[in-house]
Design a protein around this ligand. Structure first.
Ligand SMILES: [Zn+2]
Ligand SMILES: [Zn+2]
Length: 381
């Protein structure tokens, strides 16, 4: 879009609009659901492992959660109803706590959605709330004390996530604090993940706790009502956890979570370790082509016109690392979701290929740390 704007002088602006509308047919993908590329060696699975239904304090039946997940293009989901808080229990009898999972599994049977059995251990702080995923029998977690319930989850080989450690009703400063009880749970291998994003909230402290303690970086929508309440026309969807698995099966998903192969996406932000974040962004930004600009009298310039396509549903804000300066932009450029950007790069000499290096300002490898990505450009003849 930017390129067209530059090439058409202002008096031709009338032509600009129709061109822009026509170009919508050539969008990298159809809008409306999540879009993230695979990375070398792994399939990228888009997941939400924190959702509620009428079987605890949510407002919907499990099949609605399945419909929403399919509509959003999710690869995997879990229902995690509270074990110790069931305000609807007089209306929805719930003798078997595996029931939400069984209903969701049946509802998803003709789709590609993976449904994982889960539950939310719901205690005051510490330990606060925790999601146990891949449970074999949720009922066995009932009526146990704070430590025993985590040991039972471990017995069932569950993956356990410390939920929303920064949640302000349990911490009035909105700060994630690693207590002695949490240290013990981590040391004994009873917690493997931590939510650094929950619904709309993000915690720097939780991110640092994840990195310091080798916990898997997680998010959760923690949805109780309908997703229509959080999705926006501008394209905001629920926060998701991107899991890098060797394939799309429950066993491969679980292996990836235990190994810590995740990136969290919330709106236009990404959080994760550089080893996954960098390839994810490099795969997301595709160099479509590059040509040297030719002057009106046919002379070949040393300015390369590079087209970069953003193949995801999120924007990327890139800071040029200044190996080369841009002819049509300053240091910081934004590549909008699902669109292309033209960058005119001053190479100062004729080159067949070069690298563009960017700091990605809306992605984080640690609190206040941004990843560096490198895009290989080949110049066409
Ligand atoms: Zn909770
Ligand atoms: Zn919850």
């Amino acid at each position: 879009m930017k390129k067209l704007h530059l090439l058409f002088p202002c008096f031709l602006l009338a032509f600009y609009l129709p061109v822009q509308i026509m170009a919508q047919d050539n969008l990298p993908f159809k809008e409306g659901s999540f879009h993230f590329p695979d990375i070398p060696g792994y399939k990228t699975l888009v997941c939400d492992f924190h959702q509620h239904t009428v079987f605890s304090d949510g407002s919907v039946w499990p099949d609605i959660r399945v419909d929403e997940a399919i509509a959003d293009g999710l690869d995997a989901m879990a229902l995690t109803d509270h074990l110790e808080y069931m305000p609807h229990k007089d209306d929805v009898a719930n003798a078997d706590h595996n029931r939400p999972y069984q209903l969701a599994l049946k509802s998803a049977q003709n789709s590609n959605l993976l449904v994982i059995n889960g539950a939310e251990i719901t205690r005051s702080m510490p330990p606060g709330h925790a999601n146990a995923l891949f449970l074999k029998d949720v009922n066995k977690l009932l009526g146990l004390d704070n430590l025993e319930v985590f040991k039972e989850a471990r017995n069932q080989d569950a993956f356990v996530i410390w939920n929303h450690p920064h949640w302000f009703p349990q911490n009035l400063q909105g700060t994630a604090i690693l207590t002695d009880m949490h240290r013990k749970l981590i040391q004994e291998g009873l917690i493997q993940g931590i939510e650094i994003v929950n619904e709309f909230s993000y915690s720097d402290e939780a991110f640092q706790i994840a990195l310091d303690n080798h916990l898997t970086i997680m998010s959760g929508s923690d949805i109780h009502g309908l997703f229509t309440t959080i999705n926006t026309p501008e394209g905001f969807h629920r926060p998701v956890t991107l899991v890098f698995a060797t394939g799309k099966s429950e066993a491969e998903l679980k292996e990836a979570l235990f190994k810590g192969r995740t990136v969290v996406n919330c709106g236009n932000q990404l959080f994760g370790k550089a080893e996954f974040l960098v390839p994810l962004i490099e795969q997301s930004l595709e160099v479509k082509g590059a040509k040297m600009l030719i002057s009106y009298n046919g002379d070949r310039s040393t300015i390369a016109d590079v087209t970069i396509q953003n193949n995801t549903g999120m924007d990327f804000i890139l800071e040029n690392q200044k190996d080369f300066l841009f002819y049509n932009d300053a240091d910081v450029v934004t590549i909008k979701r699902n669109s292309t950007l033209s960058l005119q790069v001053k190479l100062l000499k004729d080159m067949d290929s070069f690298q563009l290096r960017f700091k990605v300002l809306n992605a984080y490898t640690a609190p206040s740390q941004h990843p560096l990505v490198s895009l290989a450009v080949k110049v066409g003849k």
